[in-house]
Design a protein around this ligand. Structure first.
Ligand SMILES: *[C@@H]1O[C@H](CO)[C@@H](O)[C@H](O)[C@H]1NC(C)=O
Ligand SMILES: *[C@@H]1O[C@H](CO)[C@@H](O)[C@H](O)[C@H]1NC(C)=O
Length: 464
């Protein structure tokens, strides 16, 4: 875009126009502009939406082109570099270098899936060529080398998913400084798993995303909402859990409404949710199914949708959306009896769910009768129903952010052991540090990110 400087030319005196200094400035402006129009950022500058899942383009807060260019240059090129002038001595925690007594103990049961998810590569290892092949399905590539994070963006992610996911990785590095191994992995931020076991059986491609199914090789990783989802006013997970747990204690079990409750968006191409609408009858079926209207609720400052106000029912229903739904952890946190409609998609913690111990399974084919049966059983077996609900809440309590970081730590560590090459950031990747990511955040996002900042762990991760 060198022409942008042209209109001002007639107003300059010839001696300035022809001075070498002037051409230098033109060259710099040209280069800066060119640089910025090629720089791909965590908020989606110069990126198209993932072709496999289209969504409305991200809107940028900068009003003018000039503001956008200077923001991109500032955040992408100047921020982390400035920081590295004053080297932060990353002190390796003592527990890593000596045989410390582990005070955290064994990881919760849901960690068992790390082994399971990495099984396809145990014998073959993970070659650079399979990582590169997985790029076809990825929105970005994450490379960690020497405790620094580099990200190469290929496609934009919907809303602030990329920002919050990358933030989560930065927080992992902050939590376990100097101990996260070098790694190179492909990540897709959209909903549905893509590496089907049938199609890719002969050469499984390693791809991280937020969920998987039994029929896919995709490796589940904690989703962005653990650090917050500002678009719908959901805060960091630890904060939300405390709020929901308090909210769940406002009414005692007998006071809670004696039917099952679901609130969400049924218009997400989810057959389960469409079927669930048929069960909306609190007297006959024992279920109330409410439609979430995010646009309306945003106008009221989300007062109607506060998660902590949604624990007044003895039964809470979980129904998958387009793929998994982030709502599962909030539903389980209520301490109500969670009625989980047989899910197809799994998050990283699904292995912790035990039927009749911490939730009640609902048949996918027979949703309304199955809910009806569960509710009438619960209303005649108060203490048993309450105990299952409590056990679901305890499971969520055990999945604190500390354990979420441990999960990320172990998954990345085990994955890195399988790499058959030395990770190196590709030339197109950018170093991302906390400051450079915050630099792109709008005020609401920034608030959420800052609230979810972690601190170096005083103890080693739980043991696998
Ligand atoms: C629940 O709360 C109500 C009203 O405060 C009280 O009458 C009842 O005894 C409580 N039930 C239990 C089981 O604590
Ligand atoms: C379900 O029924 C309740 C009460 O009758 C009603 O307010 C609500 O709008 C219904 N839900 C849907 C999705 O139609």
């Amino acid at each position: 875009m060198p022409m942008r400087a042209a209109p001002s030319l007639p107003f300059l005196r010839p001696c300035i126009i022809f001075s070498p200094f002037f051409f230098l400035i033109i060259l710099v402006i040209y280069q800066v502009d060119d640089f910025a129009s090629q720089t791909k950022t965590v908020v989606g500058h110069n990126l198209n939406p993932t072709p496999w899942h289209l969504f409305p383009p991200n809107t940028f807060t900068e009003k003018t082109r000039y503001a956008r260019v200077s923001k991109i240059i500032q955040c992408s090129y100047l921020t982390c570099r400035r920081r590295s002038i004053t080297p932060t001595t990353t002190k390796i925690p003592e527990w890593h270098t000596r045989q410390s007594s582990n005070t955290v103990g064994k990881c919760p049961m849901f960690f068992t899936r790390i082994d399971h998810d990495l099984q396809p590569w145990v014998r073959s290892g993970i070659s650079l060529s399979s990582v590169m092949e997985a790029q076809k399905f990825a929105a970005f590539r994450v490379v960690i080398v020497g405790g620094k994070l580099y990200v190469d963006f290929f496609y934009a992610c919907v809303q602030s998913r990329a920002m919050f996911t990358v933030w989560g990785l930065l927080q992992l590095l902050r939590r376990y400084p100097g101990t996260v191994p070098d790694v190179d992995l492909m990540f897709d931020c959209m909903d549905k798993p893509t590496i089907s076991r049938e199609e890719h059986g002969s050469k499984p491609l390693p791809l991280f995303r937020y969920c998987t199914t039994m029929d896919h090789f995709d490796i589940p990783f904690p989703d962005w909402s653990f650090w917050g989802w500002p678009e719908i006013d959901i805060g960091p997970w630890d904060e939300e859990f405390i709020g929901i747990k308090q909210g769940s204690q406002v009414l005692n079990w007998t006071q809670k409404l004696s039917y099952a409750y679901w609130k969400g968006n049924p218009d997400v191409q989810s057959p389960v949710r469409v079927d669930l609408l048929q069960c909306n009858n609190s007297d006959i079926i024992g279920a109330q199914i409410m439609r979430q209207d995010w646009v309306e609720e945003a106008k009221n400052g989300f007062k109607e949708s506060k998660l902590s106000n949604q624990c007044n029912h003895r039964y809470k229903i979980y129904a998958e959306g387009y793929a998994w739904s982030v709502s599962l952890k909030y539903i389980l946190s209520c301490g109500s009896l969670a009625l989980i409609i047989a899910p197809q998609y799994e998050e990283f913690f699904n292995h912790g769910l035990i039927s009749m111990t911490n939730y009640w399974p609902i048949s996918r084919l027979d949703i309304c009768p199955s809910i009806k049966f569960a509710v009438s059983w619960g209303n005649t077996h108060h203490s048993e129903a309450k105990a299952i609900g409590k056990s679901g809440q305890d499971l969520m309590e055990s999945m604190s952010m500390a354990r979420v970081y441990d999960y990320m730590y172990h998954l990345i560590t085990e994955y890195s052991k399988l790499l058959r090459f030395k990770p190196e950031p590709p030339p197109s990747a950018h170093e991302i540090c906390e400051e450079s990511l915050l630099c792109f955040a709008d005020p609401t996002q920034r608030q959420c990110l800052e609230r979810s900042t972690t601190y170096p762990s005083p103890t080693p991760p739980c043991t696998l």
